[in-house]
Ligand binder design. Structure first.
Ligand SMILES: NC(=O)C1=CN([C@@H]2O[C@H](COP(=O)(O)OP(=O)(O)OC[C@H]3O[C@@H](n4cnc5c(N)ncnc54)[C@H](O)[C@@H]3O)[C@@H](O)[C@H]2O)C=CC1
Ligand SMILES: CC(C)CC(=O)C(=O)O
Ligand SMILES: [Mg+2]
Length: 366
């Protein structure tokens, strides 16, 4: 099969981990006889420096002509004092909005043999398999008015009924092919938008009598995610809460560098990126963990290209490298050998090339 992938590396470690992800994508092409055309575009700080715009129109056109988008991360201290419209993060928000990528899927799974890499106790971590479904194109990051002056500042949290309905439906549908439970996270004791959110979740529940539903306030959810992480299956929530809770959930696996994500819309088109940012503190050192970016390729194969076997093979290859006793510096695993970004990537590719595709390959990120 032939597919075109727009690759937007962005800034900081975004460049390093995206190179790894592309190498793995090409290895999948060789292994399974697909042709992946990779076309590079600019976003974020790099695009501000070279084109004066965090999301140049050439990048949008490139993505429109592609079958999927692979993104690294944007941002860094160099642009932190820029006005809002010239911040790298603006490019990321704009591309999500432009393509209508309302559903951000962030799987959090205990990696076999790696549960002791988590700062949490092993018995809390070993059964964890949750999917955070974060609404991505509404809420506080986009609401108007939004402004700051010397005397004050305002951000607006707004959601339409339709925006809530489609993300909640997505969560129930995912629960049906997973463990059959939805946890809806809100702040319905205080926020009007959360009251509407909860009402809509209850309405949608009528169509999914087979799914167990729980509502939980976001502050309590933050606590329960650490004390009982394996009690969650699908967690659906609005944009800001989902952003924060998913970084928190990364400690369950052991590192933010292990969490991939898919940002999709109803027709299957999607943008795939690690959950983490551009990590200026380790940028340029060849020590970033490329697993999140590589596993984002697995999600692309599954969700945009319908290549579940290939997706599972990538996931399995990453797990095998961990099982063989290797990791990167962010993962605190006693007895494991610490590899650089490029060496870890090479190990994943070696695994992928020798892996036998058989029934034991688990289904990736359902
Ligand atoms: N999707 C995106 O492009 C995102 C961009 N950002 C931007 O990134 C910049 C840095 O933000 P931070 O708050 O520091 O968040 P961050 O996610 O970049 O880093 C947080 C911490 O995790 C570590 N880390 C992150 N990814 C890692 C990996 N793959 N391997 C090893 N360690 C890793 C970093 O070294 C740092 O100590 C900011 O400009 C921010 O706006 C932040 C989050 C998401
Ligand atoms: C950089 C922000 C705009 C987004 C973010 O932190 C995220 O999507 O995880
Ligand atoms: Mg974030």
């Amino acid at each position: 099969m032939e597919k075109t992938v727009a690759v937007l590396q962005g800034d900081g470690i975004g460049k390093e981990v995206t190179k790894s992800a592309v190498k793995v994508l090409q290895a999948v092409g060789r292994r399974f006889d697909h042709s992946f055309q990779v076309k590079k575009g600019m976003i974020g700080g790099e695009a501000i420096d070279n084109a004066g715009d965090p999301l140049p129109k050439e990048t949008v056109e490139l993505c429109e002509k592609s079958d999927a988008i692979l993104l690294g991360a944007v941002g860094g201290p160099r642009w932190d004092q820029n006005p809002s419209h010239l911040r790298p993060e603006k490019g990321l928000l704009a591309i999500r909005k432009h393509f209508g990528l309302f559903a951000n899927l962030r799987p959090v799974k205990a990696v076999p043999g790696m549960v002791d890499a988590s700062p949490l106790k092993e018995h809390l971590v070993e059964q964890v398999d949750m999917m955070i479904v974060r609404e991505l194109t509404g809420g506080l990051y986009f609401g108007e008015p939004k402004r700051k002056s010397a005397n004050g500042a305002v951000d607006t949290l707004t959601y339409s009924r339709a925006e809530i309905e489609r993300i909640v439906e997505k969560a129930f549908e995912l629960a049906r092919v997973r463990k059959g439970k939805v946890t809806s996270v809100d702040k319905a004791n205080v926020l009007e938008s959360s009251k509407l959110w909860r009402e809509i979740v209850e309405e949608k529940k009528e169509y999914y009598p087979d799914i167990e539903l729980e509502h939980i306030l976001v502050d309590a959810a933050a606590m329960k995610m650490i004390t009982q992480p394996s009690s969650f299956d699908v967690v659906v929530t609005e944009n800001l809460f989902g952003d924060i809770l998913s970084d928190e959930a990364s400690v369950i696996t052991g590192s933010l560098g292990m969490l991939p994500s898919a940002s999709i819309r109803s027709d299957g088109f999607g943008l795939y990126e690690p959950v983490h940012g551009s990590a200026p503190d380790i940028s340029g050192m060849n020590i970033a963990n490329p697993a999140a970016a590589i596993l984002s390729v697995a999600m692309m194969l599954k969700y945009s290209f319908n290549m579940s076997t290939e997706a599972a093979a990538v996931e399995q290859a990453v797990y095998s490298v961990y099982k063989d006793g290797y990791c990167t510096t962010d993962v605190q695993k006693v007895g494991h050998r610490v590899l650089s970004t490029t060496a870890f990537t090479d190990k994943v590719i070696e695994e992928l090339e020798r892996e036998l595709v058989s029934d034991h390959i688990m289904s990736a990120y359902v």
